[in-house]
Design a protein. Structure first.
Length: 178
């Protein structure tokens, strides 16, 4: 995940120094800026890796979501909710996957207003190959050991809960029926 030419200083540390001269909330600003920068770096690395498969991370996530679904298909609206993307974004993602032959659109069998995205065999194969490469690359976070990854996940969970990302009293379910 190293840059081609590292900066000669830590821009987040410098921003925190400058911030502290003007405002409160240095620790929060530094944490958020670090989180956002790491997200950019990891996503950039994963998108680069997935480019060899003709995917972006967003398209990969859509294929995996369909792979996890009971019937290999989901309504576009439900996909957008689960992937936390705007309806126009899920439409664009499915357009690209459909053009590549990895997904097909089908009418919902009981709701004429709903369109399903259904993964094809080539989509399943691609998801498997891309996943193998991501696992081999430790999803871009291989510099962290198992306990650190668990700690990072635990540290981020309260932020997700406070934002209403999910209900704390629920466990993962297979409620992805059409």
């Amino acid at each position: 995940m190293a840059r081609k030419s590292p900066l000669p200083f830590d821009p987040i540390a410098e921003a925190a120094r400058q911030w502290g001269l003007r405002w409160d909330g240095v620790a929060e600003m530094r944490a958020v800026t670090s989180l956002m920068r790491v997200q950019q770096l990891v996503l950039g690395e994963l998108d680069e890796l997935l480019r060899t498969h003709g995917l972006t991370f967003a398209r990969y996530e859509a294929l995996v979501l369909l792979t996890f679904s009971r019937h290999g298909s989901l309504p576009l609206g439900k996909m957008g909710e689960r992937l936390q993307v705007h309806p126009t974004s899920i439409t664009s993602i499915i357009d690209r996957l459909e053009a590549s032959g990895h997904v097909v659109r089908r009418p919902h069998p009981t709701d004429g207003r709903t369109i399903l995205a259904e993964i094809t065999e080539s989509g399943r194969d691609l998801a498997e190959k891309a996943t193998a490469d991501l696992v081999k690359a430790d999803f871009g976070v291989g510099v962290l050991a198992g306990p650190d990854l668990d700690s990072l996940t635990a540290l981020l969970r309260p932020i997700r809960l406070a934002a209403g990302d999910f209900r704390p009293d629920t466990a993962p379910t297979r409620s992805d029926t059409r």
